[in-house]
Design a protein around this ligand. Structure first.
Ligand SMILES: [Zn+2]
Ligand SMILES: [Zn+2]
Length: 165
């Protein structure tokens, strides 16, 4: 899966002024600020993308701050339960995690697997409720599937014709 990182990252000093530190956010969520939770929360905040638990473990390893896989999973679970982390439903495959933010949906490229946030018109869940439900709906995640601009631009001319009938 390709990692897009074209957004300019604000310096850590700007971040401290503008928003709460990971320690503050953990405390407000009534979670102890353990090292694994801090590492994962900070990493997701910095990366701004959608990552599997295994990818997060690999990145931490590359950065010389390795965590045991079980610790990555446990921390993600705790952060997920308190809404500090969200799980992106992008279809079958690995569960992808991202920093908790406004409720949104995802566009998934069927060619390269890129995952892009799509704003939700309502911005909170559940944003869709069917007419009849055999229970209570807590959330509705929409997956938009298609081809991203990158992949469309790589399509051969004769294939492009079939894409735009
Ligand atoms: Zn693509
Ligand atoms: Zn997302």
């Amino acid at each position: 899966m390709k990692r897009t990182n074209d957004q300019k990252q604000p310096s850590s000093m700007d971040q401290n002024k503008a928003e709460k530190s990971p320690v503050q956010r953990l405390r407000e969520a009534n979670l102890k600020a353990t090292r694994p939770r801090l590492l994962i929360l900070s990493l997701l905040h910095e990366l701004k993308g959608h990552y599997s638990a295994d990818e997060l473990a690999e990145i931490l390893q590359e950065r010389q701050t390795p965590l045991p896989r079980a610790s990555v999973y446990n921390s993600l679970d705790a952060l997920l339960n308190r809404g500090l982390v969200m799980m992106a439903d992008v279809g079958p495959g690995r569960a992808l995690y991202e920093e908790g933010s406004t409720w949104h949906h995802h566009f998934v490229c069927i060619v390269c697997g890129d995952v892009v946030n799509i704003p939700c018109v309502k911005g909170e869940k559940p944003c869709l409720t069917p007419e009849s439900v055999p229970g209570v709906v807590e959330e509705a995640q929409v997956i938009f599937r298609g081809r991203c601009h990158d992949c469309l631009s790589k399509v051969e001319p004769h294939q492009a014709l079939t894409l735009h009938p």
